[in-house]
Design a protein. Structure first.
Length: 146
C-alpha cells in the first residue's frame, strides 16, 4: 500500500470521518474523532478509518472500520486495524455481520459463543436479531481477540 498516511485522526477530520461512516452505512453513533485512526490519501482526504470504543471499564470494541469504495482492496483497512491493535490492550471485541468474519479472523479474532458474550453485546445481538427477522441482513457475530 502506498500513498496513504495511517495515523491518529485530527479534530479537523471529524466531519470527514462521519461522512465516511455514513457513506459505507455502518453504526453512526459514538464517532469521537479522538479515538480514531485514519488513512489519508495524497490529497488529504480521509479514505479509511477505525476506532476502539470503550464500554464501561471492562469492554473494548474495535469499531467503525471503513474504507471508501474507491480505495478498497489495497490494504487500507488492514493498516488501520494493525495500527489500532498495536496500541490496544486485550481482550478486544468487535461486532460484525457474518460476511465480514473471515476478514477479522486474519487478525486473530475468533467468534465468541453466545454464553461467553459480554452482556453489552448480547443486548445488541438481541435487538439485531429482531431487525434481522424483518430485513434479513444476516447473522451478527461477536468476535474476540485474546
Ligand atoms: C470491510 C472493509 C473495511 C474492507 O476494507 P479494505 O480496505 O478493502 O480491506 P483491505 O484491503 O485492507 O483488506 C484487509 C484484508 O481483509 C481481506 N478482506 C477484506 N474484506 C473482506 C471480507 N469481506 N471477507 C474476507 N476477507 C476480506 C482482504 O483480502 C485483506 O486480506 P490480506 O491483507 O490478507 O490480503 C470495506 O469493504 C468497507 O468499508 N466495507 C463497508 C463497511 C464495513 O462493512 N465495515 C466493517 C464493519 S464490521
Amino acid at each position: 500500500m502506498s500513498g496513504y498516511d495511517v495515523r491518529a485522526a485530527l479534530e479537523s477530520e471529524s466531519a470527514q470521518i462521519k461522512d465516511l461512516i455514513h457513506l459505507v452505512g455502518i453504526n453512526p453513533t459514538g464517532l469521537d474523532w479522538r479515538r480514531f485512526v485514519v488513512a489519508v490519501n495524497d490529497l488529504g482526504e480521509v479514505v479509511g478509518c477505525g476506532q476502539v470504543k470503550p464500554h464501561g471499564k471492562e469492554i473494548l470494541e474495535l469499531a467503525s472500520i471503513a474504507t471508501h469504495p474507491d480505495h478498497r482492496g489495497q490494504g487500507v483497512a488492514r493498516k488501520v486495524i494493525e495500527a489500532l491493535l498495536r496500541t490496544t490492550p486485550r481482550p478486544l471485541y468487535l461486532m460484525c455481520i457474518s460476511n465480514n468474519g473471515p476478514m477479522y479472523e486474519k487478525f486473530g479474532f475468533k467468534s465468541v459463543a453466545h454464553e461467553e458474550t459480554p452482556r453489552y453485546f448480547q443486548r445488541i445481538q438481541k435487538l439485531f436479531n429482531v431487525a434481522n427477522v424483518i430485513h434479513g441482513v444476516g447473522e451478527l457475530l461477536v468476535m474476540k481477540l485474546e
